[in-house]
Design a protein around this ligand. Structure first.
Ligand code: G3P
Ligand code: MG
Length: 364
């Protein structure tokens, strides 16, 4: 007979007696109740702004670490449209900033989902955009891409391709010397936010125009397969520690498509592309698999997304059938009217969001 006094009068989500029996750790120990709920936290504007940890972040993570009425450890993942370095490196930095251990198995950033498509491009020359220097080359190679180049490699090969940027010493030291007249690119991946939009847009148009061989003839009409184009983060804006939101990778995409359409497209249309990142279905499917793995097979779990951007965090969670909580510490500003996507709940900050969710699940 499971004594009710151990688990208190209210079950967290009415866990069955059988499940509790399975998790009891022995006489006198607090039972390890299986959590029926899990969280996905956005990072920028929810936990962190720029280099600063938001005040409510540590309180929220402490509640999930068992500092709640049932002593329940509640699983969570971090789901960000950010990127620019390896998952391992970003988790190391986040663990230090947040004061809790964040593991790569609970972390998804904009380009993480590319791990699921790399098999189609493993030995194809690909152009990787974004990030600092050649950091993302190493990240892409870590995913399994074997022929990875960036726009600095191309500028080092032929400086006249964009005469308005002189490579710094540090940039020159990071390039992979290559004769690009002998390389046919199969795809362009915008992993993270480009640092030199003009250089990158020029080279994207060159690669697309020539169907992969920079400086080659205009092959727009050629039967050869067009170059694939993949973006990993649709955010037009995001919240750093500046007073107003900053332009995101989505703004870069608008700039590229405007230039391509005006100057290079033979049909006057934008260039077809694949979009990953929140709110896309692929990214939320990837996240739901990770969340359910952390819930150890608990049936019909309650999944909560806490985010600051209605366009990415709330829209994606709603479409995925999760519960969504919009916080007012990032992109969303209630003075600008109602959110473009209606969340399940609005909260001042991430700690209030977590407390509200636990109340909904009878866990507080
Ligand atoms: O580049 C990061 C930005 O687009 C938003 O990041 O953490 O709010 O999804 P996050
Ligand atoms: Mg955000």
């Amino acid at each position: 007979m499971i004594s009710r006094h151990i688990i208190g009068p209210k079950y967290c989500n009415r866990v069955t007696v059988k499940q509790i029996a399975r998790y009891l750790t022995g006489p006198g120990n607090a039972p390890k109740l299986p959590s029926r709920l899990a969280f996905a936290f956005d990072i920028d504007g929810v936990l962190i702004r720029g280099k600063n940890v938001l005040p409510a972040a540590k309180e929220a993570l402490s509640i999930l670490d068992g500092n709640n009425k049932l002593g329940l450890k509640i699983p969570f993942i971090l789901l960000t449209n950010g990127g620019g370095e390896s998952e391992e490196e970003r988790c190391r930095k986040l663990s230090s900033q947040l004061g809790v251990q964040i593991h790569p198995e609970q972390f998804i950033q904009a380009h993480t989902v590319l791990k699921s498509v790399v098999r189609n491009y493993a030995d194809v020359p690909v152009l990787v955009l974004g990030g600092k220097g050649d950091t993302l080359r190493r990240v892409a190679e870590g995913y399994g891409f074997q022929k990875v180049y960036n726009t600095l490699d191309i500028l080092a090969w032929n400086p006249s391709i964009w005469p308005f940027h002189d490579l710094t010493q540090e940039e020159r030291a990071s390039v992979k010397p290559t004769d690009f007249s002998k390389i046919q690119f199969g795809a362009i991946f915008v992993f993270h936010d480009p640092r030199n939009w003009a250089l990158d847009i020029q080279i994207m148009c060159d690669v697309i125009q020539s169907r992969g061989i920079i400086g080659g003839p205009d092959e727009s009409n050629h039967a050869r397969k067009p170059v694939d184009l993949v973006f990993c983060n649709p955010d037009l804006i995001w919240r750093s520690d500046f007073e107003a939101p900053r332009m995101g990778q989505g703004a870069f995409k608008v700039a590229f498509q405007a230039v391509f359409q005006a100057s290079f497209s033979l049909t006057g249309s934008t260039y077809p592309h694949v979009q990953f990142g929140k709110p896309t279905e692929a990214t939320y499917e990837f996240a739901e698999t990770m969340l359910k793995h952390r819930l150890q097979g608990v049936p019909k779990p309650s999944l909560y997304m806490v985010g600051d951007n209605p366009e990415s965090d709330i829209a994606g969670a709603n479409a995925a059938g999760w519960k969504s909580i919009l916080v007012r510490t990032g992109v969303y500003d209630p003075h600008h009217g109602p959110p473009s996507h209606q969340p399940t709940h609005q909260a001042e900050d991430v700690a209030e969001a977590v407390r509200w969710a636990l109340e909904q699940e009878n866990c507080s």
